[in-house]
Write a protein that binds this ligand. Structure first.
Ligand code: UFG
Length: 329
């Protein structure tokens, strides 16, 4: 059985769908602090999913799950992921993302489970020295969120050396879009991400969409990011797990599309997709946003056989359908 921590959350739940569609038996472990019980109920209707509510910060919670089921591997998403919040409340990030993961890894060693796929981030690279960013780009995070993810990457290396625990680290760029059948989607409270915020502003007149700065050193002055579709990303997790089973070798991969889109380009694409003009206001830069980030994901393609199949328009269309459902439109 595959244990998916954080499987009630955004990327986790889409990965659960991918694994159950491929015939795996999945246990979701989630404390529901940012994930949703409604998502679990939907996942149970889709396929063979068992839910165990628990918190990685309590080692007994996780130990009970390992005692109860025969677990082959972990896909580990459970984490807090808001950069701004991590700056004002670093303890929350170290306690949950680092200490919680330490509990998980120690429990894996005790129960002799030696495979994990870990959800990391391009935030571990910090301010880019060059683009596209490949896996050997220096890692100098500029916020506690990135530090917490990099610390876990280092812990994974140490646990491999000491106990032969094998890991695949996946560093995502900007994840976007929702389930193509509109059953699950991106549901963060508060929502901070670009595409869902544009979509919310269409339905909620109190939520005018704001572009954070148009004076960056980019062709149209707005930040450039690499938007990778969540279903493509979910597929990468399964390919990574199957690669780990074949090779029993730890490795690390960037996951992005290798294409950059500016905030204005994404906004224009959203207007085209919904065939409507959307109100927008240009405001000050948001602190900590690098001007340009996009990936070199050639390694994921050549080693895992992963190629992103969906376009940014696919991500926008599915995000729009999901937002309509949330607003009962
Ligand atoms: N943006 C806006 N208005 C909004 C929301 C975002 O202009 O309402 C802009 C941001 O300033 C940024 C771009 O849209 O230039 C993308 O912002 P997101 O918040 O969607 O994504 P980030 O690039 O900040 O964050 C993502 C992940 C993080 C990860 C980070 C690494 O969500 O988990 O990449 O840089 F840490």
């Amino acid at each position: 059985m595959i244990l998916i921590t954080g499987g009630a959350g955004y990327i986790g739940s889409h990965t659960v769908v991918n694994f159950i569609n491929a015939g795996y038996e999945v246990i979701v472990f989630d404390n529901l602090s940012t994930g949703h019980i409604e998502t679990i109920e939907t996942l149970k209707q889709i396929g063979n999913v068992t839910f165990e509510k628990g918190d990685l910060k309590n080692i007994n919670d996780i130990d009970e799950v390992f005692s109860k089921y025969k677990i082959d591997a972990i896909i580990h998403f459970a984490a807090y992921s808001l950069v701004g919040e991590s700056v004002v409340n670093p303890a929350k990030y170290y306690r949950n993302n680092v200490f919680g993961t330490l509990n998980l890894l120690e429990t894996m060693v005790v129960h002799n489970v030696k495979k994990i796929v870990f959800s990391s981030t391009c935030a571990t690279y910090g301010e880019p020295k060059y683009v596209p960013i490949d896996e050997s780009h220096p890692q100098n995070p500029i916020n506690p969120y990135g530090n917490s993810k990099l610390t876990v990457e280092k812990m994974l290396g140490d646990f491999d050396t000491a106990y032969g625990l094998k890991s695949i680290i996946l560093r995502y760029f900007n994840v976007a879009g929702c389930d193509s059948q509109n059953r699950i989607g991106e549901w963060h409270e508060p929502e901070t991400h670009l595409i869902p915020n544009i979509m919310k502003s269409v339905f909620d007149k109190g939520q005018k969409f704001k572009i954070f700065g148009d004076d960056y050193n980019t062709p149209d002055g707005t930040c450039i990011r690499d938007y990778v579709n969540v279903e493509d990303l979910a597929q990468a997790h399964r390919l990574a797990y199957e690669y780990l089973c074949r090779t029993d070798k730890s490795d690390v991969f960037n996951l992005g599309t290798e294409n950059g889109n500016s905030v204005k380009q994404v906004f224009d694409e959203c207007e085209k997709a919904i065939n409507k003009s959307i109100d927008v206001e240009i405001v000050e830069r948001r602190q900590g946003d690098p001007a340009v980030l996009y990936s070199n994901s050639a390694k994921a393609e050549s080693v895992l056989g992963w190629t992103p199949k969906k376009s940014i328009r696919d991500s926008i269309n599915t995000a729009f359908e999901w937002t309509k459902k949330q607003y009962n439109v």
